[in-house]
Design a protein around this ligand. Structure first.
Ligand SMILES: NC(=O)C1=CN([C@@H]2O[C@H](COP(=O)(O)OP(=O)(O)OC[C@H]3O[C@@H](n4cnc5c(N)ncnc54)[C@H](OP(=O)(O)O)[C@@H]3O)[C@@H](O)[C@H]2O)C=CC1
Ligand SMILES: O=C(CO)[C@H](O)[C@H](O)COP(=O)(O)O
Length: 478
């Protein structure tokens, strides 16, 4: 029997679907799962794809089934399990075999694993995969990091399974070692902000305009036909219009308002902070998930403090306000993506990756959770202005900011006055307002720092006096 082109370990939600996708595209694949029962079940359910699949119950059998140099995708729970699995695999591998971690790894772990294998003859790829279950099965977006020649070995298979946007595959080699997992992390950070802003707009419609879930769903359906067209808006509409089989009520009204998180959002924020790059909308989204999880504390606080002021928005023209909400969401989204790309640009320099921004935007246009028409506009903006300091100063996006930031300001103001929380939208607005203002207020911070800690400051006239005359008795305006 011909050897498999590739192997895959981990037949959970993502791994099993990825394996079926690989098999369906005509690539013979060997599969292994820690729990052998799952391998048998998977194989039985593979139907017509069985011919392309070699189910293996031992690592030895699995490795022998793959054509050298062997690319082996590890799609298991992120963290220690990946190290454990790699240790179990290593004794059976040969020179030039490639272990590919396709889970949501912290890129620092990826760099460590990459370095640890440097002198072993084995190679490593850190590969971000996005698209959830459906994407893994029918076409995910794939972000590859590692040696370029390792990528060449897997390029054909990965290109065959990736999502396509206008026939262009949503997969690319993005740079050495941790580049792929870093980009996937920021993808998820942006995903957090995108989702949070949609939730904030939903909150304004629900608690401010007292609209039902179904009514809000219809608003999102309409928006999905316009500039906000995206997978997340599409599924938000569907979610809002879905009934709970137990009660018949909208399912969204039966779901507890506590958001989970597995780490990628938090890592985005930590890395942004490490590099001194503001990612305020992403930070607000991560913090909002954390605050959401404090359900008991929030309920107790509502009893103690009560809800602020007005319970409903004061809106004179409801249709015009809903149009403003659409533009505000677009503006907020621009802020979040601008921040995400700025973080990647800084990381590219810090880690020497040379990350290709237009390519990243390109491979996010289809297959991944944040896929949208908007990413095509980002692709064009970065292609036209590859050296732009920030997405929002590219010609296309500066025009878009000017068109939408008024609506964002009106929506944030109205929500704040009604006591409706909009932390991510407000963060995006604060980001625009701070970033576009040539003369800021940090002269005050510098003066305070120098006053209490003799930290010094730069002068606007470039003159030499780098400390203030604190305590000298010199009085301004005297
Ligand atoms: N679900 C999603 O939407 C997405 C998930 N990801 C990432 O993909 C990876 C897999 O996620 P998903 O498929 O959802 O997870 P699942 O929980 O569905 O599956 C987990 C898999 O990991 C295996 N596993 C767990 N611990 C170990 C271990 N110590 N050694 C070997 N195998 C182990 C399990 O094997 P066993 O059957 O023996 O328990 C199982 O095959 C994660 O890193 C996740 O973050 C990435 C993109 C999207
Ligand atoms: O990577 C993904 C989507 O792109 C996974 O669905 C991930 O689990 C999402 O992160 P979180 O669970 O923290 O919301």
């Amino acid at each position: 029997m011909a050897q498999a082109e590739i192997g895959l370990i981990g037949l959970g939600v993502m791994g099993s679907n990825l394996a079926l996708n690989i098999a369906e595209k005509g690539n013979k694949i060997a599969v292994f799962n820690r729990t052998a029962e799952r391998t048998r079940e998977f194989y039985e359910e593979a139907g017509s794809l069985k011919d392309q699949i070699v189910p293996c119950e031992t690592i030895e059998e699995f490795v022998a089934a793959i054509r050298p140099p062997r690319p082996i995708i590890i799609m298991i729970k992120a963290g220690d399990p990946v190290d454990q699995q790699m240790e179990l695999l290593k004794p059976f591998l040969e020179k030039n075999d490639i272990m590919i971690d396709a889970g949501n790894a912290n890129f620092r772990d990826t760099m460590r694993r990459f370095d640890a294998l440097k002198d072993s003859g084995l190679t490593f790829i850190g590969m971000g995969v996005s698209g959830g279950e459906e994407g893994a099965r029918h076409g995910p977006s794939i972000m590859v990091g590692g040696k370029e020649d390792s990528w060449k070995r897997v390029e054909k298979v990965l290109t065959s399974i990736a999502a396509k946007y206008n026939d262009e595959p949503c997969v690319a080699w993005l740079g050495e070692n941790g580049a792929g997992h870093f980009v996937k992390t920021i993808h998820n950070g942006i995903e957090y902000a995108d989702m949070q802003m949609i939730a904030e707009i939903y909150g304004i419609l629900r608690d401010g305009l007292n609209m039902s879930a179904t009514e809000i769903g219809k608003v999102f359906d309409t928006w999905n036909k316009g500039r906000l067209n995206s997978y997340l808006i599409e599924i938000s509409g569907t979610v809002l219009e879905t009934a709970d089989p137990l009660t018949g009520k909208p399912i969204v009204d039966m779901i507890l308002d506590k958001a989970g998180q597995k780490g990628t959002g938090k890592w985005s924020v930590i890395e942004a902070q490490n590099m001194g790059v503001p990612a305020t909308a992403i930070e607000a989204a991560v913090a909002a998930r954390s605050l959401s999880s404090m359900k008991d504390e929030r309920e107790a606080a509502e009893k103690t403090l009560g809800l602020p002021g007005l319970s409903a928005l004061s809106v004179s023209d409801r249709d015009a306000f809903i149009k403003d909400l659409e533009s505000a969401l677009l503006a907020g989204k621009i802020g979040a993506y601008a921040q995400g790309f700025a973080v990647m640009s800084a990381a590219s320099k810090e880690f020497g990756w040379n990350l290709p921004m237009p390519t990243i935007a390109k491979i996010w246009r289809a297959g991944c959770i944040i896929r949208s028409q908007f990413l095509d506009e980002i692709t064009s903006a970065f292609t036209a202005a590859p050296d732009a300091a920030n997405l929002i100063v590219t010609p296309a996006f500066s025009t878009m900011v000017k068109e939408t930031d008024g609506a964002l300001r009106r929506v944030v103001s109205a929500a704040v006055l009604a006591g409706l929380p909009v932390p991510a939208l407000a963060s995006a607005l604060g980001y625009f307002d701070s970033y576009r203002r040539g003369r800021g207020t940090a002269n005050m911070i510098q003066a305070q720092r120098d006053f209490f800690g003799a930290h010094g400051f730069d002068r606007i006239d470039g003159a030499d006096n780098h400390h203030g005359p604190w305590g000298s008795g010199l009085v301004a305006g005297a």
